[in-house]
Design a protein around this ligand. Structure first.
Ligand code: RB5
Length: 164
């Protein structure tokens, strides 16, 4: 088993059943699920839920976050507006591993209207089991942080980096 983590979970109305299945799955894997809902099927606004889960991760109350909406895109965009959050939408296990290994993603977004439950659980496992590789990737992640006003990334000051 991988290291036990506190995982924030949220979704909009399009992904309630899948989110609950993922919450049960991560608990079965030995993690703690901090599932902040919603639990009822009324139409709701994905930014509310994405930002709420992102704040749990950004504050350190949770180690990682998993969020869902129909496409995974809207809730991911909202979560990424919270300082310190690096969230990607993944519809395959390779991408889920890589956003941890290369991008040090602290949140995963899933597209409940695209992936089925079986694949979604494998994507979650890939995300949770992979670790950040550091090295050259740490420089690039620092540049992401610098773009939102955290820390410094000297590479941005080079004229040759206009092509970035
Ligand atoms: C809700 O209909 C849908 O727009 C939402 O779940 C998501 O796909 C947005 O990005």
């Amino acid at each position: 088993m991988t290291q036990s983590r506190r995982i924030a979970l949220s979704s909009d109305h399009a992904a309630i059943a899948l989110r609950q299945a993922i919450a049960a799955h991560v608990v079965a894997k030995g993690h703690q699920a901090v599932d902040i809902g919603p639990t009822t099927p009324e139409s709701t606004h994905y930014p509310t839920h994405g930002v709420a889960a992102a704040r749990l991760v950004a504050s350190g109350e949770c180690d990682l976050g998993i969020i869902l909406c129909g496409t995974g895109q809207g809730i991911m965009m909202a979560a990424n507006k919270v300082r310190g959050i690096r969230c990607g939408v993944c519809s395959d296990t390779f991408s889920a591993r890589m956003i941890r290994m290369h991008n040090d993603a602290n949140m995963l977004s899933l597209d409940a209207r695209v992936v089925g439950e079986g694949l979604a659980l494998e994507i979650v496992d890939a995300f949770l089991e992979a670790g950040f590789e550091g090295g050259r990737h740490a420089t690039r992640v620092a540049m992401i942080d610098a773009a939102e006003g955290q820390g410094r990334a000297p590479e941005f000051s080079k004229t040759s980096d206009r092509s970035l």
